[in-house]
Write a protein of this length. Structure first.
Length: 575
């Protein structure tokens, strides 16, 4: 029977509790409900009152394709609102095999308390001394854990950014290739883990129960249909496996929506040099891997292994947003410099979107020359150290903007924007403005209809239809996150007549509980309501559901479009 493991990080007590009021919830729906009900909305994110929740989706532990995502929920140190950050890796499928639906870190020890590694096994939690890995970057620290726990290691960990409670800090998860390369990236989740003095969480490699569907025959049928849906769509069967998410660089650039030089332009002159096609060419020439899965059971395979010029592994999970943030937005042209910065962010445990935008702000403030990749690398290396500049960079765009005297800050609710200019992709712009998460493309990916013609076509340069598009996608995304699916399955589902029904069939046959398409929608709506309720109690109002002023006043070349929604119009995108 799945349980919720609660761990008090101060007293070192723990309990394995029944699911109780959180029954029939998973993933984001569970993290957001738990945070909304149990965390005071007005607490400080780094206080003992905040909690950090790791939750597997409703299909966690199953063999349903692309169901291996884990949700991490908390009150965000970056935004001051609720946060769900989503990651691949091994956690989501390992937790159900240990009868765990969620792990909740509560309370916090004294500031001078040492860091611990949590070792979780059958009915027991051990606080183990983490002195030997404290202060280390994630890759070498993960190697030490591999030596200690063996090749079945399944860990979640923070790097120096998390230890020093920087607001951009991530939690890094072991991937299927035994690297700490998968991130719960946005919102500073790693800072909350650091505040609780937990360096790493290790799930006992030797303990795993067998998990099976309640209705095996119907599950196998639904699983087969699900695979056909994903493999039958050109985005999930060809585009993403061929060039990773970086396939979007040329597409978005051609559409005039690729934010360039801190969101001044919609096209980048060197886009071809940092494209997915160029990345694949480099990887193949260096004997890397152009296709990998970020979790067990992935059939899309949009991750990759990027090697350096000597053919040695440098980084993986080299995403479009990372390449854009350092490459187009900061005007850096050298692909190896960008890959090195991605690796540094994984090592420090730092969100690449926030880091890339912060580098652009530093360039805007004259701290670095525009396009200087080598200088940006040296600046990122300072994060997690005692260097004051590293402390500034590690706290993100808003903090750095104040330090450097820059007012061009592309943020919503203090979180910086991803790789789509909202003036030219208004569907995703509505999501930036209205999601409780702060600027977040994954919360309602309007790029589908605005640029890709997936699920229909709505002009991203015009207002018409984009509020409804964003709202519908926000609900669908929250449901997908709650089931534990990779968000990219949405490409196939949006163009499939039976995609939603098949997802519902998978959940029903796996859990044995009645689950219809209406239940799927209700799951997404419920998550959003919890998130909106928490933020309202935290002091957010409709005045916070808007974009920075310069998007309204500065036309974006080449289409010379502006952001033209008012606060009241945007409220229609909320549930």
């Amino acid at each position: 029977m799945p349980q919720i493991l609660r761990i008090n990080c101060r007293t070192k007590e723990y309990s394995f509790d029944e699911v109780g009021p959180y029954v029939n919830l998973g993933g984001r729906a569970l993290t957001s409900r738990l945070i909304n009900k149990e965390v005071p909305a007005d607490c400080h994110p780094l206080s003992a009152e905040n909690k950090l929740v790791f939750a597997t989706g409703l299909l966690g532990g199953s063999t349903a394709a692309n169901s291996g995502r884990v949700s991490v929920g908390t009150k965000s140190p970056l935004t001051g609102g609720i946060k769900e950050s989503n990651s691949g890796g091994l956690f989501a499928h390992k937790m159900p095999k240990m009868d765990l639906l969620a792990i909740v870190l509560e309370d916090k020890p004294a500031d001078e308390a040492p860091f611990s590694t949590l070792f979780i096994t059958d009915g027991k939690v051990e606080f183990r001394d983490a002195t030997d890995i404290v202060g280390m970057d994630n890759y070498p620290a993960h190697d030490k854990l591999l030596e200690q726990y063996g090749n079945k290691l399944c860990a979640a960990m923070i790097g120096p950014a998390g230890e020093t409670v920087r607001q951009t800090a991530t939690i890094q998860f072991t991937d299927p290739y035994k690297r700490p390369a998968r991130s719960a990236g946005r919102g500073g989740t790693g800072a909350v883990m650091g505040s609780k003095k937990i360096k790493a969480i290790v799930l006992d490699p030797e303990f795993a129960n067998k998990v099976s569907p309640v209705d095996n025959d119907n599950f196998k049928t639904a699983r087969s249909t699900w695979i056909d849906i994903i493999k039958g769509h050109p985005v999930t069967s060809e585009g993403l496996p061929g060039f990773g998410t970086a396939v979007l660089v040329n597409v978005v650039n051609e559409a005039g929506a690729l934010p360039t030089k801190n969101f001044r332009y919609g096209q980048c002159d060197h886009a071809a040099d940092i494209s997915g096609e160029k990345m694949a060419e480099i990887i193949e020439s260096r004997k890397g891997k152009t296709t990998e899965g970020c979790h067990v059971g992935c059939i899309i395979q949009c991750s990759q292994q990027y090697n350096d010029a000597d053919g040695n592994y440098l980084t993986s999970g080299f995403e479009y947003e990372t390449i854009w943030a350092f490459g187009a937005n900061a005007l850096i042209k050298d692909f190896d410099d960008i890959a090195t910065m991605d690796r540094i962010c994984d090592d420090k445990g730092m969100d690449t979107i926030e880091a890339g935008n912060t580098i652009a702000v530093a360039m805007d403030g004259g701290i670095l020359p525009w396009g200087d990749g080598k200088a940006a690398i040296e600046l990122l290396k300072k994060v997690g150290t005692g260097d004051p500049m590293g402390m500034i960079i590690g706290n993100g765009v808003e903090f750095a903007g104040g330090a450097f005297g820059v007012d061009r800050l592309p943020t919503v609710k203090r979180q910086s924007m991803p790789a789509y200019d909202p003036r030219a992709v208004k569907g995703v712009g509505v999501t930036y403005a209205t999601t409780a998460m702060g600027a977040d493309h994954t919360a309602g990916y309007g790029v589908t209809a605005n640029l890709l013609g997936v699920g229909g076509s709505i002009d991203g340069l015009k207002k018409e239809g984009n509020i409804e598009l964003s709202k519908n996608l926000q609900v669908a995304t929250a449901a997908i996150d709650s089931m534990g699916f990779c968000l990219f399955v949405a490409f196939a589902v949006l163009d499939s007549d039976n995609g939603v029904q098949t997802m519902a069939d998978l959940v029903q046959s796996w859990t044995g509980n009645t689950f219809t398409p209406d239940d799927l929608i209700a799951l997404g709506v419920g998550a959003m309501k919890d998130e909106q309720d928490f933020n309202e109690r935290a002091g957010f109002t409709k005045a916070d559901d808007k974009l920075p002023r310069f998007f309204e006043t500065d036309p974006l070349p080449p289409h010379n479009v502006t952001w033209d929604y008012d606060e009241d119009e945007l409220q229609a995108a909320k549930v």
